[in-house]
Design a binder for this molecule. Sequence first.
Ligand code: EPU
Length: 337
Amino acid sequence: MKIEENYSLKEHNTFHLSVKARWFIEYCNEEELCCILHDEYFQECISLHIGSGSNLLFLNDYNGIILHSAIRGITVVEETDDTVLLHVGAAEKWDGVVAYAVARGWGGVENLSFIPGEAGAAAVQNIGAYGTEVKDVIETVEAFNQLSFEKKVFSNQECCYSYRSSFFKNENNDPHIVTYINIRLRKHFQLNLSYKELQKELLHFDNPGLQSVRDAVILLRRHKLPDPEVLGNAGSFFMNPIIAVSHFESLKDEYPNIPFYLLGNDQVKLSAGWLIEQCGFKGKSHGAVGVYEKQALVLVNLGDATGDEIAMVAESIRMAVNDRFGIMLMPEVKYVG
Ligand code: EPU
């Protein structure tokens, strides 16, 4: 177990904000995690469990305990003629899991290539891209209840997955810490090419298979999204808003080119990036905070931005989008502090 005091979180958040944690504790296995959970000092402090900080906005130093998992490992726990079940440590880099699966010819996660972050956080957040969400392959999630200290294996249904959300993100539920995820992959699979942009990119590949889908997704993401190692960011800053069909129809009259996805249940999902671009923010900056020039949904740290400054720019974007379209964008990024 690693315990550090007044620890810089700069390399633990992909905005690369210069904030510190009062304590930083990294555990290597479930036994160490249990010891921490039972510790009285730990119970008295505020605490936050992070993955690789690819979806966090620290507003100031964290005056409590930041917990980080170092539980790694990918093992095949079950194999049939059609499927394999992988047992994955929460601290495995998500894209490493995808590369592992694609290299062995196992389908299901290739569209989720090159998403930053760790496997545990992927399951908490229900990451998604190009028509696939991680919930589509999650069989079970293993997690410790931070209040009762008990371990529970959650079925896919018990994870209550929805767009970028799950049981673990719902603040009305007891806080849980994910230690392992179990994902079911297919040996005989059908590629998911429902996303037009991906279909188009695959025209450049002969006989597309898992590896070409992975390569195409990586190309698309490299082209549209900034590399956090070069330009601090947390991917999509806002969620795509879901609105009622009646509201959508009035917008469509005024903006015939508005991109949309019909969801059923009288609901329509719109593109937050498009709404933000219409309000004139794309490629603009305020101080050290930029709105990325190729994808308006991504806020970037141009140098020494603070969390507060990023939050202020986010707020002016929300206000502008609400004034023009009557839609209040909700952050996908979690604010801390
Ligand atoms: N668009 C604009 N201007 C922009 C950005 C987008 O007009 O600045 C339009 C595009 O032309 C397109 C539509 O909006 O018609 C959708 O854009 P895009 O394909 O880039 O996807 P997105 O909806 O903006 C979502 C996810 C991404 C994921 C992509 C691809 C959310 C919040 N974001 O973005 O996920 O990679 O689809 O599947 O759902 C993330 O969550 O961090 C993330 C990057």
